[in-house]
Design a protein around this ligand. Sequence first.
Ligand SMILES: Nc1nc2c(ncn2[C@@H]2O[C@H](COP(=O)(O)OP(=O)(O)OP(=O)(O)O)[C@@H](O)[C@H]2O)c(=O)[nH]1
Ligand SMILES: [Mg+2]
Length: 374
Amino acid sequence: MNQDIRDVRICFVIPTYNEALNINPLLHRLTELYKDPDVAFLIVDDESPDGTADLVKEFMAGDSRVRLLQGKRRGLGDAYVRGMTYAIDTLGADVIVQMDADFSHDPAVAGRLLDHIAGGADVAIGSRYVAGGSLDSRWHVRRKLLSRWGNRLARWIGGLKGVSDCTAGFKAIRADKLREAKIGSIRARGYVFQVELLHRLIRCRARVVEEPIHFRDRKHGKTKLSMLNMIEFFFSILLLRLRSHLTFIKFSLTGVCGVFVNLGSFSLLLEFGLNKFIASPTAILVSIISNFLMNNHWTFGDRVMTGRKSVRGFKFIIVSLIALLLSYTVFIILSMLFPKVLPVLLQAAGIAPGALLNYYLNSRWTFREASREE
Ligand SMILES: Nc1nc2c(ncn2[C@@H]2O[C@H](COP(=O)(O)OP(=O)(O)OP(=O)(O)O)[C@@H](O)[C@H]2O)c(=O)[nH]1
Ligand SMILES: [Mg+2]
């Protein structure tokens, strides 16, 4: 293990469910390999009926670096969220190593993952699908196909094109990136947790590297992969994809609301006897302000943004003017090219590119995410 990584607090987070046959040999191996007093080993056990937790407690008596977090069984994802949050907030971990308890992940390889972190990576994946990586030949062909296709789906539908092993459960991750990725809000229960976590980390511009590993079949015990997990996997990946379009849908809905706010306030101002030439720009201004507030708090509300709200408001107005200019230019050009076409159709044709540019600039500039500002 690289010297630089020894100055940081490392915490292995290992979820267990009925791993009584594996846990002791695993803890022996890990504590032997990683002797530094700043390394902790957190076992997250969910009331395993086979007494896994009791074995961990026995081990803890001889090595205070081993910790146990117990909870109700709500799936692998939930166990990881609890474990990682505890490791960061309570144990003060700077780097998390996540791995299975069944020896599928070779404890010695964790050192190589940590070397990548010391070298500047935010996430180091123990990868089965990069050159040099491999799967246990004893794995049933059905299991191999499931894993391969699960990965392909995650890459294509989930939008994780740059990563070869998107479902890997063996990773070293910097704690500050996990915080930035707001892992506490991950709701994925089963194995799809790995995909959602990676998706969030990549959105936070995490530097990801992949280290080839040989993935061994579990040493003892039974798999917990269920049909329900597979169904959850498929739908969650679709949702991940939809979520990136969701921002655009919210932006469009905000635009539609803006039209109603504009016309509503225009009529109201006329009711109060205001001159229509003053009521019109006032109504436009009111709709720009309401659009800005909706976008700031709702459309892009889940983004972490730095900078003052007033500055964002100013940028929003500039973007609105640029989009207006584009719409108007398209309208003029089309009016010259097709003088006989109904003006309302030409006006509608102008709105489309204006709205797209409006979204693009607001998303990339006005409401830009803090992590994208380097
Ligand atoms: N705490 C907790 N751990 C779990 C849960 N489900 C699985 N695990 C643990 O998560 C790790 C991965 O689960 P596995 O059953 O090995 O899943 P897998 O590696 O895809 O499948 P096999 O190795 O073929 O059994 C193991 O250490 C399990 O004990 C759970 O609901 N809660
Ligand atoms: Mg396993």
